[in-house]
Design a protein around this ligand. Structure first.
Ligand code: NI
Length: 196
């Protein structure tokens, strides 16, 4: 077990496009995945990309817990993806709160594609090609942005909705409430933000 150091916003590794992995089933990839899972769980996150642990490789780990599911969606067990590629299924975007282990303490309301096609390979050599929606699609867009040198604030369309998570105790901003209601997203005053 190894807990790796997490890079924070401003570190150059988070700005660079990560390198493709030549051999997704190599033992080094499995070791990296095991260390990333340990690091993610230790930090209380639900997703992590290799650049966040100072490694420029196109590898992500994540899970989607039952508490985050919308109707008709399935729980996603702990998953590792190598060289993942996302393609938006349609143009529709919806807003949702995101937090990031590399931007500690903050949360922001971020527009993301509602549905994306995921193509990737696992460290076990399994090919994945499927459409994902909802929070699953959001986590993937967040993680794959890490592989392309982008952090979620760069995806925000209104920086007044970038907050310290602790200050959410005063309620979410009216503007966020209006936006979410206009997109038929359930507004929960005790927004608990997953960190990915
Ligand atoms: Ni992140």
């Amino acid at each position: 077990m190894a807990i790796l150091k997490i890079a924070r916003m401003g570190h150059p590794v988070l700005r660079h496009k990560a390198d493709p992995v030549a051999d997704p089933t190599a033992p080094e990839v499995r070791q990296l995945v095991a260390d990333m899972v340990d690091t993610m769980e230790d930090a209380g996150g639900t997703g992590l990309a290799a650049p966040q642990v100072h490694i420029s490789a196109r590898v992500v780990v994540y899970k989607v817990s039952a508490t985050r599911l919308e109707e008709g969606e399935e729980e996603v067990p702990l998953t590792a993806l190598v060289n993942p590629v996302l393609t938006p299924v349609d143009r529709e975007k919806i807003h949702g709160w995101e937090g990031c282990l590399s931007v500690p303490g903050l949360t922001g309301l971020v527009p993301r594609h509602r549905a994306v096609r995921l193509q990737a390979i696992t460290p076990e050599g399994e090919m994945i090609d499927r459409t994902v929606t909802g929070f699953h699609a959001r986590v993937l867009q967040h993680e794959i942005d890490h592989l392309d040198g982008k952090l979620y604030p760069q995806r925000m369309d209104d920086l007044s909705l970038l907050l310290f998570q602790e200050e959410m105790r005063f309620g979410i901003p009216e503007r966020a409430r209006d936006l979410m209601e206009s997109e038929s997203i359930e507004v929960d005053d005790a927004q608990d933000v997953e960190t990915v």
